[in-house]
Design a protein around this ligand. Structure first.
Ligand code: CDP
Length: 220
């Protein structure tokens, strides 16, 4: 009888607009696994606080908002805006917010069969034992162009320079915070998508995960 856990977890981490969301969705389809965009949790906490007129730096209020969050709140299109990304990054520095959101993410990861989770700390904190880990990057300029195109398609008017400034500020905050900073897990495979089309990147990710899955199956 095998000791292999009955779930195959794929951790996809990386900075804003690196392509990790599209890659995670593609991996979910390729391996028939459910996908959780964990950024939505932090976006939701930020948006709920802003709607309630609360200060995003107030860690008590942020922890309360995180504790009250429910899965049905994650479909709100307001979570996809530029402002929501910035608010998410500010509430994500609070350790109690991260704690409050941890169990939800771990439960999702441990479901029968497994799951794909994308975020900043999946391979390091949420699922450090995940048998497949990717850290997806791209240059800030390429990421800014991608995010600007997305925001434009959503009807947001913003310059590419301002999006690049957002991205640089977010990289610094996400990578510099004390709790669960964004960084590749030591056993993550780095995937730089700067020079890749999204189809090419999704293909490369699938091949990396196929190799990790073969190793995982043979080791158990
Ligand atoms: O889509 P994008 O990469 O711009 O952002 P996101 O994945 O929706 O995450 C928004 C913000 O939430 C990030 O800038 C992080 O500050 C935070 N976040 C985090 O700290 N940990 C995660 N696992 C996911 C997101």
């Amino acid at each position: 009888m095998s000791d292999r856990p009955p779930f195959f977890v794929i951790a996809v981490d990386g900075p804003a607009a690196s392509g990790k969301g599209t890659i995670a969705t593609g991996l979910g389809k390729a391996f028939s696994l459910p996908v959780l965009d964990t950024g939505l949790l932090y976006r939701c906490v930020g948006v709920l606080m802003q709607k309630a007129g609360e200060d995003l730096d107030d860690h008590e209020a942020a922890a309360c908002a995180a504790a009250l969050l429910t899965a049905d709140q994650l479909n709100d299109p307001a979570l996809r805006t530029r402002a929501a990304g910035e608010a998410a990054s500010r509430v994500a520095v609070h350790p109690r917010v991260r704690d409050a959101l941890m169990e939800f993410q771990r439960t999702f990861a441990r479901q029968e069969g497994g799951a794909v989770l994308d975020g900043r700390d999946i391979g390091t904190v949420i699922a450090p034992d995940a048998p497949a880990k990717l850290f997806v990057t791209a240059s800030p300029e390429v990421r800014a162009h991608r995010r600007w195109s997305q925001l434009k398609a959503q009807g947001e008017r913003v310059s590419q320079e301002d999006v690049l400034a957002d991205i640089r500020r977010r990289d610094e905050r996400d990578g510099g915070r004390d709790t669960a900073p964004m960084k590749p897990a030591p056993d993550a495979v780095l995937l730089d998508t700067s020079e890749m089309t999204i189809d090419h990147a999704a293909d490369a990710a699938r091949r990396i995960v196929e190799a990790a899955r073969a190793t995982w199956l043979s080791a158990n």
